[in-house]
Design a protein around this ligand. Sequence first.
Ligand code: URA
Length: 299
Amino acid sequence: MPRTLDPELRRALVERIRFYNALGIYDFYRRETPGPGRVQAPEMLVPGVYVEEITSQNLQPESGEEMSPRKATAAAMPVAVEENIFEVIAPKPEQGVSDPVKALKIIREDLGDCTRCVLHKQGRKQIVFGVGNPAAELMFVGEGPGADEDEQGEPFVGRAGQLLNNMIKAMGIERRQVYIANIVKCRPPGNRTPEREECATCSPFLMRQIAVIKPRVVVALGAVAAKTLLAMNSSMMQLRGRFYDFKPAGVRDPNWDGCKLAVTYHPAFLLRDPRQKGEAWKDLQMVMKELGLKAPAKA
Ligand code: URA
């Protein structure tokens, strides 16, 4: 059974990969493990670089210090024994495919009749890949399919989906103009929250979808989406109200510098607590401003 990284360590690793990517470094090499149960220390092939023991602490730049390229190359990249971070940063079959429809199709084919996590044997009817404009400027990411989505094979088609449609309309656009997907593509039984491991297994496919679509803004709907995309373990209150610079780790694309990511409440939460709709509207207005959207005039 694959083991997942500690979220802090994962966040630090993602940051580190982004940092290397920003320097134009995309290729990483794995060194053989020194023994069973030890953390693998993948090392960039930089002459004379020694890879040290890895903790989330020694990945962080010291306080008040900008990480210099030299220092970065001298630091280690962590990988937990069985989590294959190399899959995240390895070249993908859709890379270089300029037509996003074709590229998304390649990702869907790669996903196949997925059995990578336990959700495949816990009653899912079908994989819910994602829907919408393959060149969307705006993308919404939810948690995982519910019963209606599992039935229809499309994200956000149930009650929460109706509210999401209304939110999209209130932003002055239509559902078909955006792209909608989830962190996990299979329905968790009884609509339970997806486990961290399920999110970690499935989300690389979503990251690839994002890298193909190249939206200007991603809106994370709810805590599961926000925490998984940002690899941060903060509360919704801490996560909302600002933009994050976002680029899936390992993406090498000279035509895309990443996008902005905003966090808002999940529509299912808003159905349970409609008093929070005003707060969600503030989040969406921030997104509208970024995209130059205007709310439609009231009839
Ligand atoms: N909730 C989600 O997070 N996603 C869906 O697709 C439907 C409900």
